[in-house]
Design a protein around this ligand. Structure first.
Ligand code: SF4
Length: 350
């Protein structure tokens, strides 16, 4: 019997072709307690991530998008176990990350690397570039000595488009784009399988963003890297994403390929995000679906569909029934009462 749970629906939202799953996340939750009063009693929980499931294959980029506070960055940190999940399971290949002890986590941290938003704060300003890139290699006993060591660092610098003489310089001597290249070289040093990139180009000029994204795409092709790419910027996501998961209040509300998310968004929230994004082709027309109001508190999300307080299409049922994620087309899942396999079939009927 087929599994029709939301987790299964999201797991099915994978491309028909491609490599094996590098990362698999099932029912992931991260709730933060909120303390109040002199006694600091727990007054509630912020449900930053509230039961999400997805997978990423070798050579694939899955983007998480959504407004600030939707939980997308928390997902990245939890996958890295920089924050412990409240519930759910995470696999890297066949290894269940959520069960790993300290020794297992050491290996996990080798296989999963992070590229940060602000490359400058992630590079020690007092260390030369050669030392910065050698540091993770030394931590894992993989650094070579002498001339061979220099060649090891030079080769990593070359992979990110920098010259070998960069290793003698300090981070402040580089531009923002070059510093992000250094951050990527450091992440690559340990041959990771997965890179979690949290807003990696948002601090860069638009003209430099494309260069860094193209570099990441070239490296992905060369090393079959999987990327979990967190961004609020739809132009960036359109450039690099193979599949896109749209998050709202800690949940995935739609997940599909880049072409379907941009070409045929189904969830009203995705539709509104797309409508608000700048259009590259000035002749292209896009319906303007405008949503109003602020994102409700993740400590006290609205009942029913969490989006009903802002959704222009909301019907009475939306206030009480929480719509499950359902697969409406191969690899395309949506959580909306008006976008189910049945409603879409009825619309398509003559
Ligand atoms: Fe809007 Fe209702 Fe769909 Fe939620 S379930 S997105 S409120 S129409």
């Amino acid at each position: 019997m087929s599994d029709t749970s939301p987790q299964a629906a999201a797991q099915q939202a994978t491309p028909a072709s491609g490599g094996a799953d590098v990362l698999r996340v099932e029912g992931l939750k991260k709730h933060f307690p909120v303390h109040r009063g002199v006694l600091q009693t727990v007054a509630g929980h912020v449900k930053a991530v509230d039961g999400i499931s997805f997978s990423i294959r070798a050579g694939e980029t899955l983007c998480l998008v959504g407004e600030s506070g939707c939980g997308k960055s928390t997902v990245g940190k939890t996958v890295l176990r920089l924050q412990e999940p409240t519930a759910g399971r995470i696999w890297l290949g066949d290894t269940e990350v959520t069960q790993l002890d300290d020794e297992g986590m050491r290996e996990h941290r080798r296989e999963v690397q992070m590229v940060f938003q602000d490359p400058y704060s992630s590079l020690n300003p007092r260390m030369r570039v050669g030392q910065i890139i050698a540091e993770p290699l030394e931590n894992y006993g993989l650094a070579k000595r002498g001339r061979e060591g220099e060649q090891q660092i030079a080769s990593l610098l070359e992979k990110v488009g920098l010259r070998a003489d960069a290793m003698a310089r300090y981070p402040f001597e580089f531009s923002g784009g070059q510093r992000q290249r250094l951050g990527i070289a450091r992440a690559l040093a340990l041959n990771p399988r997965l890179i979690v990139a949290d807003e990696p180009v948002s601090a860069l000029d638009v003209s430099v963003q494309a260069q860094v994204l193209n570099l990441m795409m070239d490296l992905q092709d060369e090393f079959r890297l999987a990327y979990l790419f967190v961004s609020h910027d739809l132009a960036v996501v359109e450039h690099i994403g193979h599949r896109i998961a749209v998050m709202y209040l800690g949940r995935i509300v739609e997940l599909s390929t880049r072409d379907r998310i941009f070409g045929q968004p189904q969830h009203p929230y995705t539709e509104a995000l797309m409508a608000a994004a700048p259009i590259a082709d000035p002749k292209a027309k896009r319906e303007r679906l405008v949503i109003e109001g602020d994102v409700p508190s993740p400590m006290n999300p609205p009942p029913g569909c969490h989006f009903h307080t802002r959704c222009p299409y909301a019907i009475p049922r939306c206030k009480v029934d929480d719509p499950p994620l359902q697969e409406i087309a191969p690899g395309h899942v949506v959580a909306c009462h008006l976008r189910t396999p049945e409603t879409l079939a009825a619309e398509a009927a003559p």
